[in-house]
Ligand binder design. Structure first.
Ligand code: DGY
Length: 326
């Protein structure tokens, strides 16, 4: 497939040399590698002004930026979540938005379990203790954590990633409870041994809770002090979805007042900023939005985002549309 006019694509992402070369065949490419620096505000705006397409990894594509790009026809997001993009405004403007679903399910589900185990079994605390010379003897009382077997795991957001987490959690002996806008089919519920619950029931009855729902107007601040008060004080929260789903200031109050036993966070309300109080608490595990960061998955995500943009320009048959255009 070759086109005569080469649309201009601004690539704001890491991309292998091989993929870049392939893109250059059909497109006029301006590339900013986000390995070391991420453009924002005017710096980003200046680069995208005359772009026909943007391939972007998590940068804010808001109304102001979209309005400044008269030629823009497609935004290909490297990621499944697209809350960084004003999709409604893109649709109004006839701009196609695409994302990379499916490919990261396993990596994010693995990381969800890693964070759950890390906070339950106090893995970072042990690491810190050994590194700082605190491992003086095989003390019997050292770092007692929480058992998983027989406990309830509450999954908020039972999409394809949530279901992968459930599959991994079952062999640990966890009982699967979930909250989702739409209930799963009876077949899927049975295969995962999963029970639907209202949010409040889930918070009250689960020792481990993992947030995996998308960030929308409805899920912003889904978890505030009211929800923490409903949780048991021996419970643990894992947020690997989006930071603003949990009101961070209320999470800190909940931890300080011991309304919950601990939490593991991969995402933050004001990312990349976070309240330094979190870093000072031993029962808090912190990760840098790395849920999908495995070699195979991250390489696969950019490859899919590249394929999405090629499909838009070269075949108009888009496999992973976020919005529907008239
Ligand atoms: C996603 O796919 O939404 C992830 O957060 C990106 O790493």
């Amino acid at each position: 497939m070759e086109v005569k006019y080469k649309p201009k694509i601004f690539v704001h992402s890491w991309l292998s040399d091989d993929l870049l070369l392939k893109l250059k065949k059909n497109f006029n490419i301006d590339h900013h590698d986000t390995k070391d620096s991420i453009l924002a505000g005017k710096d980003l705006l200046d680069r995208v002004l005359d772009a026909d397409g943007i391939l972007v990894q998590s940068s804010l594509i808001d109304k102001k930026l979209i309005e400044s790009c008269p030629n823009l026809k497609v935004v290909s997001n490297v990621g499944v979540g697209f809350d960084n993009i004003d999709v409604e405004f893109c649709t109004k403007r006839g701009i196609q938005v695409t994302n990379t679903p499916g490919i990261l399910n396993d990596a994010v589900a693995d990381m969800s379990m890693a964070l759950l185990l890390a906070v339950a079994r106090r893995v970072p605390e042990g690491d810190k203790l050994v590194r700082t010379g605190g491992f003086k003897a095989n003390f019997y009382h050292i770092l007692w954590g929480a058992d998983l077997k027989g406990e309830n795991l509450g999954i908020i957001g039972m999409g394809s990633i949530g279901q992968e987490v459930a599959k991994r959690a079952l062999p640990f002996g966890l009982n699967i409870k979930y909250h989702n806008r739409n209930r799963l089919s009876e077949n899927i519920e049975n295969s995962l041994n999963a029970e639907w619950m209202s949010l409040i029931e889930l918070l009250q009855s689960c020792r481990f809770i993992i947030i995996l729902c998308p960030l929308t107007n409805e899920t912003k601040h889904l978890i505030t002090i009211k929800e923490f008060q409903a949780m048991n004080n021996n419970s643990f929260l894992v947020n690997i979805a989006r930071g603003p789903i949990v009101k961070e200031s209320d999470l800190i109050i909940a931890l300080e007042k011991k309304l919950i036993s601990g939490c593991a966070l991969d995402v933050y309300e004001f990312e990349p900023d976070y309240d330094i109080k979190l870093a000072k608490m031993d029962n808090v595990v912190l990760a840098p939005h790395a849920g999908s960061a495995s070699v195979k998955t991250r390489k696969g995500m950019v490859e899919l985002a590249k394929k999405n943009i090629e499909e838009f320009f070269l075949s108009k048959d888009v496999s992973n549309p976020v919005n529907t255009l008239n």
